[in-house]
Design a protein around this ligand. Structure first.
Ligand code: BGC
Length: 841
């Protein structure tokens, strides 16, 4: 083994340091800001502090509300066209920019507009852009210089579409693998995070002159702070770490990123439960709930005053709503905490927030000095980014040829190659000989999504088609391009293993992003335990081993998962992380020995099914005590592990690695009595790719969202029913309890129990209507109800009894049910449901 995660240890920080930014204060800018502030109306100021989303904003709004910036959310494209060209993107941004110029036509000054996007692994929302490996893979590559190049290439692609601001890099230090955003961080080790944050910020923005020239894009460090420290790896959860660990582990990437000149910081959805995180307006009816979006301590006292960050603090998507006392239309507590810009998705919400904020300033709730601080920061960053210098009438540059350019793709392939970590290479199986008959199998063999992961064209990135990334190749396709005799059989249903010289098994996680990717705390973190399709991959390995095949396994994953048996069954095992659009080709090249493996684990590799929070002890913290939310047992493989093709092979003696024979155990509430899903202890929620966070369904009034309209109705017996109109987008309506209690419903499956419900179809859905007992479709399976409704006339009520055993057979985990009922549809249709219950007759 060659341990080559050679990053200098960090200095221990006993207190918050003052950080000097590479982009210095400019006296001329500050004078300009003072002059502008003196002239701007309150309305003009507030327009700079609210950032709406593309699909909920019209160019006229930008003019009328003098909006200073906008974003496109993941999976939101110009005209709703996922394949919108770079020119279409540029033209859309240009329309909004022109509207902002129009807004100031009659004023003696102008405030330029800026567009923000989540370019988190390349310009990933735009079809055809260069999609780099996700950060966890770059953390493995051990080459900080790469990060600078990737930052620069990404900036060029973002600029080419007329945008000037990216919500990247994520500088979380993820300490719990269950977190669905683990892969957005570079490493569990703060020294790596700090080192890489510095490089990528420099790549994205350049130095002060480069940024001002308009060649760079504004970089955003996210999410401040300790988003990777939440208990159970919960997304948007609660971090309980000490302030010392917050500073020395979780703030590391922010400190180096600010030093490198990052101009924006996005605040974390999570909470920090610590006495230092005080209520800045005590005595309110709803006391402060420790959400960082309301933390004056972390935003103003620490980030702005002690560290000295003088750029923009921006909220996460609608996140102020989660702060006690705030609402969609009221961001007062967050503004007072020190947040400068609120990102607000819905049209009604941003408009009413705009009005409320103006009212709050007029009535003295928010002092003008706070607004002026926020606007000062926005103007300062716009000046530094050269936005004021651009001739407002100048034609934008032509984006053709910039996105996905051969040069960027070369860099991308280099990054992907360097990120691969070789865990095993028994008898020097690798490199492969460039001839012979090859079998390529496994759930990842022919998948692009598994290579590119979340935040790729769509939010969850789980439905990538060839047309999204025309240059990308799956592993199977890339192998086929290299040798003639390749059989591709992902499920191994037809091919005969013994007719091949080598089997390449590509396994790995399905793509996911925030929320969806988080592994619930009662679940095992063993790959094969997570999904039926993953268990099938293990089965394939067992079959190939039994057939005596030579097996090379490639694992595509956003996090280290327990795969000891999979490693033992393989002759060679490569962890490829989420290697991006060039990942398929890079993997093929590396298997054939294009270069030696240089990737090294940026994390400990798990020895047990429940190894979810084992991390390297940070060497720079004196007397570090492992906090209760982290684990202390030995890993399977140490931090920095990674083989070279030239290494002596451990395991060459044929001794397998020790398996964890225990099944996952969990504290579960057993159940057998009827569960009244339609009863008062449950509430319904609408969610889907387009809503991000769920929308509650009130019992007594209608709610209309972009994806589903829910209306109270009446059941045949005169009781309550719920009418659901699905509008043609991926959408689910699910039931949950207030306590999010987890129930073991296996008894229902064993004893003939059913999900019983009254249902009538008003408009037959034009896509499957899936029933499930989780809120994770399409991540987890569903059972189509439409065949059960065959022959029932439109508008006629019927009672369905779906056997619990059928749900189990479809692959649902009945042992851990926190959502006893879900109805998913991505088509159009309308149904009414009533009297939903689990029962054993
Ligand atoms: C994510 C952010 C992202 C934002 C805008 C949020 O849900 O947490 O990381 O920048 O959406 O797309």
């Amino acid at each position: 083994m060659t341990g080559r995660q050679t990053v200098q240890p960090l200095p221990y920080l006993p207190d918050w340091p003052a950080v000097t930014s590479a982009v210095p204060r400019d006296a001329g800018d500050e004078e300009t800001i003072r002059t502008l502030l003196a002239r701007m109306t309150l309305e003009e100021k507030v327009g700079q502090l609210i950032q709406p989303e593309l699909t909920q904003l019209r160019p006229e709004d930008v003019r009328d509300y003098k909006i200073g910036s906008a974003l496109n959310g993941a999976g939101c494209w110009p005209g709703g066209d996922r394949h919108a060209s770079a020119s279409a993107w540029r033209d859309t941004v240009e329309t909004f920019r022109a509207a902002a110029e129009e807004a100031y036509r009659d004023r003696p000054f102008r405030i330029p507009f800026v567009w923000a996007t989540d370019a988190v692994h390349g310009h990933n929302n735009v079809a055809g852009a260069t999609v780099f490996p996700h950060n966890i893979g770059l953390g493995a590559a051990g080459d900080p210089g790469l990060l600078r190049g990737i930052g620069r290439a990404t900036a060029e692609e973002v600029r080419a579409t007329g945008m000037g601001w990216t919500f990247a890099p994520t500088v979380a230090t993820p300490r719990d693998r269950r977190w669905g955003r683990y892969y957005e961080g570079y490493s569990e080790d703060p020294a790596i995070v700090a080192r890489y944050a510095r490089e990528v910020v420099t790549g994205l923005q350049g130095d002060a002159a480069h940024l001002r020239s308009g060649a760079g894009v504004i970089a955003t460090l996210k999410h401040w702070v300790a988003d990777g420290a939440t208990e159970f790896g919960a997304d948007r959860g609660t971090a309980k770490c000490s302030e010392d660990n917050l500073r020395n582990i979780h703030a590391a990437g922010f400190l180096s990123g600010i030093e490198a000149g990052a101009q924006a910081v996005m605040v974390s959805f999570s909470s920090w439960a610590n006495p230092a995180n005080y209520d800045h307006t005590p005595g309110r009816a709803t006391p402060y709930n420790h959400k960082v979006h309301g933390s004056r301590y972390l935003i103003t006292d620490v980030l702005k005053d002690r560290i000295g960050f003088d750029g923009i603090t921006i909220s996460d998507w609608d996140a102020h709503v989660e702060v006690a006392g705030c609402s969609e239309s009221d961001g007062g507590y967050s503004f007072l905490a020190g947040l400068d810009v609120l990102m607000v998705s819905q049209r009604d919400a941003w408009q009413s927030l705009y009005r409320t904020t103006i009212g709050q300033v007029r009535s003295g709730v928010i002092p003008m000095s706070r607004i002026d601080d926020a606007v000062t920061r926005v103007l300062r960053v716009k000046l530094r980014a050269g936005l004021f210098d651009r001739d407002p009438g100048a034609a934008p540059a032509d984006p053709v040829g910039v996105l996905g350019s051969p040069e960027h793709r070369r860099l991308n392939r280099e990054a992907a190659r360097k990120s691969l970590v070789l865990l095993k290479n028994a008898d020097g199986v690798l490199p492969l000989a460039p001839h012979g008959r090859m079998l390529v199998t496994g759930s990842g063999a022919a998948s692009l999504s598994k290579l590119t992961g979340g935040w790729t064209v769509t939010w969850q990135g789980d439905d990538i088609e060839a047309a999204d990334l025309p240059e990308a190749r799956t592993v199977a396709a890339a192998l086929r391009e290299r040798i003639p005799d390749v059989t591709v059989d992902p499920l191994l249903t037809e091919a005969d293993p013994s007719a091949h010289h080598v089997a390449v098994v590509v396994l790995g996680e399905d793509a996911y992003a925030e929320m969806r990717g988080t592994i619930r705390r009662w679940r095992s973190a063993a790959y094969a335990d997570l999904k039926l399709s993953y268990a099938r991959d293990l089965e394939i390995l067992r079959r190939l081993r039994a057939a005596g095949s030579t097996i090379v396994t490639v694992m595509l994953t956003g996090r280290p998962l327990y795969v000891t048996e999979e490693i033992n069954l393989s002759d060679a095992f490569v962890v490829a992380w989420l290697p991006g659009g060039e990942g398929g080709v890079a993997i093929a090249e590396m298997l054939f020995g294009a270069e030696d493996f240089q990737g090294r684990l940026p994390c400990l590799w798990p020895a047990r099914r429940d190894s979810v929070a084992v991390n390297r002890i940070p060497p720079h913290i004196p007397g570090y005590g492992v906090p209760p939310e982290e684990q202390t047992h030995e890993p399977l493989l140490p931090f920095g592990y990674g083989l070279s093709l030239l290494d002596e092979q451990p395991g060459a003696d044929g001794k397998p690695l020790p398996l964890d024979e225990r099944a996952g155990s969990s504290p579960i509430v057993p159940a057998g009595a009827p569960i009244e899903v339609s009863g008062p202890e449950h509430s319904f929620v609408i969610t889907g790719h387009h809503t991000w966070s769920g929308v509650s369904v009130p019992r007594d009034q209608p709610v209309d969202t972009l994806i589903v309209a829910a209306t109270p109705a009446t059941s045949p017996s005169g009781g309550p029913a719920l009418r659901l109109r699905y509008k043609g987008h991926p959408a689910l309506v699910y039931a949950r309890t207030e306590t999010r209690e987890v129930r073991d419903l296996r008894a229902y499956a064993r004893n003939g129990g059913t999900v019983s419900m009254g249902i009538r179809v008003l408009e037959r859905p034009d896509a499957p209507l899936l029933l499930a007992c989780h809120d994770d479709y399409p991540g987890q399976p569903g059972l189509d109800l439409l065949p059960h409704l065959h022959g029932v006339a439109a508008g006629e009520w019927t009672t369905l009894e779906i056997a619990g055993a059928d749900l189990a057979r479809a692959g649902m985990d009945l042992e851990h049910v926190d959502v006893p009922f879900m109805l998913y549809c991505d088509g159009r249709g309308e149904v009414e449901i009533c009297d939903v219950r689990w029962l054993i007759r």
